[in-house]
Design a protein around this ligand. Structure first.
Ligand code: AHR
Length: 502
């Protein structure tokens, strides 16, 4: 069996973990809303038409923020269509996904759902076809107490108290030619700055996320960030990053190494932010908002079939990736990477939450179940709170097509408010288990070890409605803790949560 070691010390702290790194995302896309969170007539639907089986699964994830209503969808969306009496709401063509949006679920319904699901909204404004005017009006509608046109309209529509939405995205992927109303960096930087300014004039307590590049692979990546931040640095709080990975060539070792690319991406964007801040002699440091991240590739062919049904349908089954066991391992490593960069990554929204590239799947009229990727998100959200520790890890490494010296053991640790230590670890080795020795000398008084593991002999194993627990975590014996030293076995190809408590 291979060996690895880890040193943990409370003096090696990266910083406080912002719980919003366990956020998620719901877009008006496919069956995310209609058939996902909302299905009146479903046996579990409540009086508002929300599926309680879905809410139960969402609540277990304990998601602090949920981004809404898009995504590409938002760049053609008129928010005013989504308020007022439902039977009078306009049906509109959605040019992002070529479907028809009925607006049956709108702003007030989403706020109700957030309350039920125990999450807070992260609302994206349309900077594609709209601009600062619509953006400041929706902030007034949502957050101003009353006595103005839009705040009184909210009250008339049934919400006496302001929604108090604290976190806002300034558009979505504005660098993409696929984006409705896409922009050059300078065009976007200017409009983002003007929108940010007036939104904060309406409510100075809000926080704003500017659109970084839609992907590190965009030819404009880097220049885009420099140009837009040059325009809006002082009026925004975060810059967005989007990252999706796939394994189309069926190279598990290379696929599991992709979180190294994520780490490089984070470091590069941090450098750009700080270069702009430095140039501006600013005292402010921008945070990073990974407002879309996940594995996404399984559904690409299937979507081509769905489009054949023609345009302007409702709730087509789009982007319905069925996740396998190796996807859950990479998702685990992506979460570990966010924790390792907790000093700068303040928000991360797994894209998305239900049905659309999602940890939760549903069948219309049928069941709801957890996909494989649900588990690492649940574990990290449950135990990865408090302080991120800078774990010093010594591990065997391997080379693959795109990366050299990939750590076989990808691991980090957190210190909870109750003094407990949690180690998150992915063993990337296809062949062997690993004996991990953890030096916990600085953490006296810890005596109990528990070990939960997500493991399966088949990397392509999936969960289905009929077999929802095929890939699900189980507890295994928790190793040996003696004199501040923990020795524990990490199975080959596995996601691990090791808790050392009082
Ligand atoms: O999450 C799916 C889509 O991916 C989003 O609408 C868009 O922002 C990104 O390209």
């Amino acid at each position: 069996m291979k060996k690895a070691s880890m040193v943990l010390d409370r003096a090696y702290a990266i910083g406080e973990i912002d719980p919003r790194i366990y956020g998620s995302f719901i877009e008006h896309l496919g069956r995310a809303v209609y058939g996902g969170i909302y299905e009146p007539g479903h046996p579990t639907a409540d009086k508002n038409g929300f599926r309680r089986d879905v809410i139960d699964l969402v609540k277990k994830l304990n998601i602090p923020v949920t981004r809404y209503p898009g995504g590409n969808f938002v760049s053609g969306f008129d928010w005013e269509d989504s308020i007022g009496p439902r039977d009078q709401r306009r049906h509109r063509l959605d040019l992002a996904w070529f479907t028809t949006e009925t607006n049956e679920v709108g702003l007030h319904e989403f706020m109700d759902w957030c309350r039920e699901a125990g999450t807070a909204p992260m609302y994206a404004v349309n900077l594609g076809t709209r601009g600062p005017d619509a953006a400041r009006n929706i902030v007034e509608y949502c957050n101003h107490p009353g006595g103005s046109y839009y705040s009184d309209l909210r009250i008339k529509n049934g919400a006496k108290e302001p929604f108090g939405i604290k976190l806002w995205c300034l558009g979505n992927e504005m660098d993409g030619p696929w984006q409705i109303g896409g922009k050059t960096a300078l065009e976007y930087g200017r409009v983002a700055n003007e929108a940010a300014k007036v939104m904060k004039w309406v409510d100075p307590s809000i926080e704003l996320v500017a659109c970084g590049s839609s992907s590190i692979e965009m030819p404009t990546f880097g220049d885009w960030e420099l140009t837009i931040l040059n325009e809006c640095y002082e009026n925004v709080d975060y810059v967005s990053l989007h990252r999706y990975y796939g394994n189309p060539t069926n190279d598990t070792r290379g696929f599991l190494a992709r979180s190294m690319d994520l780490d490089d991406f984070i470091k590069t964007v941090v450098s750009i932010c700080d270069a702009v801040g430095g140039k501006k002699h600013s005292k402010k440091k921008l945070g990073l908002s990974f407002d879309e991240w996940n594995v996404w590739y399984h559904s690409k062919e299937q979507d081509k079939e769905a489009w054949k049904q023609g345009k302007w349908n409702r709730a087509l089954p789009l982007l319905e990736d069925i996740y396998n066991f190796e996807d859950a391992l990479l998702v685990g490593s992506m979460l570990i990477t966010f924790l390792r960069n907790a000093d700068r990554v303040k928000i991360a929204c797994m894209a998305q939450l239900v049905n659309v590239i999602a940890p939760i799947m549903t069948r219309n009229g049928g069941g709801a179940w957890a996909q494989t990727i649900y588990w690492p998100l649940l574990h990290a959200s449950q135990y990865g709170r408090g302080t991120a520790l800078r774990a010093v890890v010594d591990t065997p490494v391997y080379d693959c097509k795109d990366y050299e010296a990939v750590p076989e053991l990808d691991a980090t640790a957190t210190l909870g408010e109750d003094g407990s230590v949690t180690i998150f670890a992915v063993n990337r080795s296809l062949e062997e288990g690993m004996e991990l020795t953890v030096d916990l000398r600085d953490f006296s008084g810890l005596s109990t070890v528990s070990h939960e593991v997500l493991v399966h002999e088949d990397v392509k194993a999936i969960n289905t409605e009929e077999n929802p627990n095929n890939v699900s975590p189980r507890a295994i014996p928790g190793g040996k803790l003696e004199g501040g030293r923990l020795v524990i076995e990490i199975p080959r190809l596995s996601w691990n949560v090791i808790r050392v408590t009082k």
